[in-house]
Design a protein around this ligand. Structure first.
Ligand code: DAH
Length: 339
């Protein structure tokens, strides 16, 4: 029995020393020390030994077992170290290399301006109203008090699908939808896309964006309109900016005005942005025409309102000094990288 034990010790030593992988080592552990292993097999025969022989054999077998265990753990350690070294060598990281550029997503300047406009008006208590881009001629023109012969109705100005259906040429059509579906007090803005039969050039695009505003309640006056727009302008362009209301004409408002602001670039002295005048026109507005209120079922004796509409592309171009409206729509990545 002793010889068998010593033989196992010898073979195990040889085999463990020459093993070259962790898998091989594990197989050897099972072969010699496992439940059905060779050493266990011999120990099963211990019962047959005499009392005197047993302690001696116990000692030898313990020594053999612990020798094999030590061998296994030593070689295992060596193999693991080798594996780690090989791995580290194959994964050398040069920390001095410049980092590769990470492209972080960014909002389009037009969307940034829309977000900012909406934040300002929501902060002033306005709600958002939406309407479709394909609109009835009634909502886009008739109900807005537009005369039958108004040039904006012509097929050279507006896109028609049918005599009574068009692509909305302004967001003012949402005023009509809102007043027909809601009772005063009304306080809404409606941002959205509009379409006109315009030749594409640096300042015109057949598709563009507007933001419309509408307030209807009892005793709404031109002073409320001026106050609201002045506050908006100061929040959007800066607290030092002045507004100027210039008389104008729109069929759906009376009186009507256009609003100019002092140039936020030069402060009113005159520069490229304001075309040397010191003023920049930013929107149209006025008191909602009584005919428009009545057409929507609102009593014009009891209620009055104001409305305004601005070109969001134009405001974006002014704010970010983008010289050509086409840059906004050409999918040039610089539009979202630079601003
Ligand atoms: N709808 C006008 C346009 O497209 C802009 C406008 C002017 C809207 C005056 C209004 C307004 O609500 O009161 O040019």
């Amino acid at each position: 029995m002793k010889e068998r034990l010593l033989k196992i010790r010898e073979t195990a030593t040889e085999m463990i020393e020459s093993s070259s992988s962790l898998k091989e080592l594990e197989d050897l552990r099972i072969k010699f020390l496992g439940k059905k292993g060779e050493l266990t097999d011999i120990l099963k025969g211990m019962g047959k030994l005499s009392k005197e022989e047993r302690p001696e054999m116990g000692k030898v077998s313990n020594e053999v077992r612990s020798h094999i265990e030590t061998m296994l753990s030593n070689i295992k350690e060596t193999l693991e170290k080798e594996a780690l070294n090989a791995k580290l060598k194959s994964e050398v990281i040069d920390v001095t290399l410049p980092a590769s550029k990470v492209n972080v997503g960014n909002k389009h300047p037009l969307m940034k301006v829309f977000d900012e406009l909406q934040d300002i008006f929501l902060g002033m208590g306005y709600k958002i109203a939406e309407g479709p881009e394909v609109e009835t001629v009634y909502n886009a023109f008739d109900a807005l008090n537009s005369p039958d012969d108004h040039p904006s109705r012509s097929t050279s100005d507006t896109f028609y699908f049918a005599p009574d259906i068009c692509l909305r040429p302004h967001t003012s059509s949402v005023q009509i939808r809102t007043m027909q579906n809601q009772k005063p007090p009304i306080k809404v803005i409606s941002p959205g896309r509009c379409f006109r039969f315009d030749e594409l050039d640096a300042t015109h695009s057949p598709m563009f964006h507007q933001l419309e505003g509408l307030v209807v309640d009892e005793n709404v006056t031109m002073a409320d309109l001026k106050g609201a727009l002045d506050l908006f302008v100061k929040r959007f362009f800066g607290s030092n900016i002045k507004t100027k209301f210039r008389p104008h004409h729109f069929p759906f408002t009376e009186p009507s005005a256009e609003v100019d602001v002092t140039c936020f670039k030069c402060g009113g002295v005159g520069c490229k942005v304001c075309g040397g005048t010191g003023w920049i026109e930013i929107l149209g507005c006025g008191m909602v025409h009584p005919e428009v209120l009545e057409e929507c079922g609102i009593d014009s004796e009891k209620y009055s309102g104001f409305a305004f509409g601005m070109g969001v592309d134009r405001i974006t171009m002014l704010k970010y000094e983008i010289e050509d409206i086409r840059y906004l729509f050409e999918n040039d990545m610089r539009m979202i990288d630079q601003f």
